[in-house]
Ligand binder design. Structure first.
Ligand code: ATP
Ligand code: MG
Ligand code: MG
Ligand code: MG
Length: 467
């Protein structure tokens, strides 16, 4: 049988341990004390201060399998889930680091050794990109590794924004950053998509599997760069993408772990077509939201909690689309724990609480979901290509539809949402709220001691409530 996800994790860590790396545990999805970042979006997050030189560790080489979330902030893949073969919101990143120790050559050589010798990937299917001006990395790929020059592609920082590719990696708008070199796998000509740096690079034929970042700078608020105390290496490889290759499937959603989770979603929703994209969304989002609850993120109306709420509600809406009228989403939790509890014991320990939090959010949203969907259906009944901002705002305000959920439904019907109109409606309500608040204060001053002067408060708190 092909190698399992659990075996891939172990093989990766063992390899870098044999190269003198300390094996470090995955850190929580909520970064400790870092206001520049909403969620841990890569393996380097827990080492940010080590790169900057303000934190010291007893090791100069480290390796980990890091739980990551990309749903908000600089790296946001929420809109990709259900549409591409390679994106999740929650995923696991295999990484290795050098803190002022080895640099480009070892990073690339070990990466190549692991992929081709240990995991046995066919070299002729692999391509590399380098930062446009990085002749050193280009030379390592072409001369030391021996990749044919036509499979080593120079990519800039995409300042012109022509394509999506960008070989200058940044954790967030500020912080450690540097040029990078990425390894791609060619899944074959039967899949649509072009090589990195080409106009149709967004397809799923050439899939990026491993990013090697040569951390050398700190980006500051004003956009200036200063050198780090020492050049460092930061690599990240998507576990699910590597597993897809090693298990001879194309999509992340076909690997052992996702196959099981999609079947779980199918059982919970009664959907018989296992290729239905809604099952992918539900499976992905169950994983993300379960890990978020376990790491202390409870659905709420602001900040991280609102991202959590948005992900849960998106998943519930996909279940509704499959005919679910009652809570179903939390039923995936035991299967998820079965699949991932061994690698993440904290998730296993939190199983019951995770199920309860998800179920409570489902019960709440199911109270308004059907009515909101009806409003949306009516608004789009005449084949409009744009949903008025007023309607999107009403759905948000009264029916608890986050804007991105409404957009997700509209996208399926080839309809865009008037976001400017939504913002304007939101702004009007806030202004009305401020005016009412001011009115209340004035009254309170005028009629101090009376409590019946103002009746707008209840209306206000009702209308601004997100159910
Ligand atoms: P892509 O271009 O495919 O969106 P990326 O360039 O945004 O990927 P990096 O920031 O370079 O990704 O992260 C390092 C690695 O993590 C990627 O090479 C990929 O293997 C994996 N990865 C990134 N985003 C995701 C995701 N949303 N789901 C699964 N794996 C991911
Ligand atoms: Mg990306
Ligand atoms: Mg990329
Ligand atoms: Mg990348």
């Amino acid at each position: 049988p092909p190698i399992s996800v659990a075996e891939i994790r172990k093989t990766f860590l063992d390899f870098f341990e044999s190269k003198g790396h300390a094996v470090v545990q995955s850190s929580p999805l909520v970064p400790g004390n870092d206001p520049t970042l909403m969620f841990t979006n890569s393996g380097m997050v827990q080492f940010k201060d080590v790169f900057l030189g303000t934190d010291k560790r007893p090791y100069v080489r480290a390796t980990s399998v890091q739980a990551c979330l990309r749903a908000g902030g600089k790296h946001n893949d929420l809109e990709n889930v259900g549409y591409t073969a390679r994106h999740h919101t929650f995923f696991e990143m295999l990484g290795n680091w050098s803190f002022g120790d080895y640099f480009k050559r070892e990073s690339i050589e070990w990466g190549w050794e692991l992929l081709t010798k240990v995991f046995g990937l066919p070299a002729e299917r692999l391509l590399a990109t380098v930062y446009a001006e990085d002749d050193e990395a280009y030379g390592i790929w072409t001369e030391i590794i021996g990749l044919p020059p036509e499979r080593v592609i120079r990519i800039g920082d995409n300042k012109g924004g022509r394509y999506k590719s960008d070989n200058f990696w940044m954790m967030a708008d500020t912080g450690p950053c540097g040029p990078c070199s990425e390894i791609f796998y060619d899944h074959g000509p039967e899949i649509p998509g072009g090589p990195p740096g080409s106009p149709d690079e967004d397809g799923d034929r050439f899939i990026e599997i491993w990013n090697h970042v040569f951390m050398q700078f700190e980006m500051h608020d004003d956009g200036s760069l200063t050198p780090l105390p020492a050049p460092c290496v930061d690599t990240g490889m998507g576990l699910e993408r590597l597993a897809a290759i090693l298990q001879h499937v194309h999509s992340n959603y076909e690997i052992d772990l996702f196959d099981a989770l999609i079947k779980s979603a199918a059982r919970a929703t009664g959907c018989e077509d296992l290729t239905n994209p809604s099952l992918k969304v539900i499976a992905d989002h169950a994983r993300a939201t379960a890990f978020l609850v376990s790491d202390g993120v409870i659905p709420s109306n602001e900040g991280r909690g609102y991202v959590q709420r948005r992900i849960i509600r998106r998943a519930i809406r996909h279940g509704y689309k499959l005919g679910q009228k009652k809570p179903f989403f939390h039923k995936l939790v035991p299967d998820l724990v079965q699949l991932m509890g061994e690698a993440y014991p904290r998730l296993a320990a939190d199983e019951q609480r995770v199920g309860e939090v998800l179920k409570a959010e489902e019960e709440r949203f199911f109270e308004t979901l059907a009515n909101g969907m009806e409003i949306l259906d009516v608004a789009l009944a005449n084949g409009q290509k744009s949903l008025p901002g007023e309607v999107a705002f009403k759905l948000h305000d009264t029916y608890g539809f986050p804007l991105d959920l409404t957009q997700d439904v509209c996208r399926e019907r080839d309809v865009t949402v008037d976001v400017a109109g939504f913002d304007a409606a939101m702004e009007r309500q806030k202004a009305a709220g401020r005016a009412a608040g001011k009115f209340k204060m004035d009254k309170a001053v005028e009629y101090s001691g009376t409590s019946n002067a103002f009746t707008g408060y209840d209306e206000l708190s009702h209308s601004s409530k997100i159910v």
